[in-house]
Write a protein that binds this ligand. Structure first.
Ligand code: IPE
Ligand code: IPE
Ligand code: MG
Length: 252
């Protein structure tokens, strides 16, 4: 046996605990929520921020330690400029309005994605929020903004190639070493990935990290998401058997 996946790379192999340590959410359906109410799509995004606040609070109460939310994808630049601009302003006001409370509540904030593509005021606000909450350990909120998993993997490969060229490491890289070049370095892999709005795809979110995540798709539109919907996702997660390629303990 050579180069098998070390069990340590797959966190707790075998049946996992009933509550996932790390939940990733693709927050989808804001536009449809607004359109159904004859409102502009941006109204759906505004209500989506309320859903995020409810979800962060509920996740902490339910014993989840890491929550990673998909907020703006590298592909979302294809949307009308006015909608893109609303999404950027909402990130900015969320950080401005909620940072003090999140910091007090022991939340560590991280933002993953291509930082160079953010306007300088937002990039510095985000860096400040990360620095201000760096010592918090009760709960980890990671916001994927201007994030695309293929972009992340390509950036990681570039950074790795530079380190090899600079003689800082060998080209014979292993999984765990490569993972350190990803934006999610330091975060455990998600145990559960939830997508709202009834779409069955992952739209370039955490492709590497979600290798063994349990997937739960819910019909609810993101602005209607809250504690009850998170609990439903956790119930479905608890029914799964995580095998990581092995066989069930009871199999003959
Ligand atoms: C999710 O809602 C928010 C982002 C992708 C930025 P959408 O805006 O995608 O809503 P739908 O899918 O059009 O309903
Ligand atoms: C995924 O939703 C991205 C975010 C939730 C930020 P999209 O609405 O952009 O995904 P597609 O286009 O339906 O795949
Ligand atoms: Mg969508």
């Amino acid at each position: 046996m050579s180069r098998v996946i070390a069990p340590t790379d797959l966190a707790a192999a075998g049946p996992g605990p009933a509550v996932p340590q790390h939940v990733a959410i693709i927050m989808d359906g804001n536009g449809r929520w607004a359109t159904a109410r004859h409102l502009p799509r941006t109204a759906g995004h505004e209500r989506g921020v309320e859903a995020l606040r409810r979800t962060v609070e509920a996740a902490g109460d339910l014993g989840i330690r890491y929550l990673t939310v998909f907020s703006f994808s590298t592909e979302n630049w294809r949307r009308p400029a006015a909608e893109v601009s609303t999404l950027f302003s909402l990130l900015k006001t969320y950080v401005q309005l909620d940072l003090a409370r999140l910091k007090r509540e022991g939340v560590r904030i991280r933002v993953i994605g291509e930082r160079g593509g953010l306007p300088p005021d937002i990039a510095s606000l985000v860096s400040m929020a990360e620095a201000e909450t760096r010592d918090n350990a009760r709960f980890n909120l990671t916001i994927a903004f201007n994030y695309g998993s293929r972009d992340e993997i390509a950036r990681a490969a570039s950074a790795f190639a530079r380190d090899v060229a600079d003689g800082k490491c060998s080209a014979d890289i292993r999984e765990a070493d490569f993972a350190r070049y990803l934006d999610t370095s330091g975060l455990p892999d998600p145990d559960l990935m939830v997508r709202t709005s009834g779409e069955y795809r992952i739209s370039n979110f955490l492709l590497w990290q979600a290798a063994y995540a349990e997937l739960v798709f819910l019909d609810v539109l993101w602005p209607d998401f809250g504690r009850a919907q998170l609990e439903e996702a956790l119930r479905r997660y608890a029914e799964r058997e995580r095998r990581y390629g092995a066989v069930s303990p009871g199999a003959g």
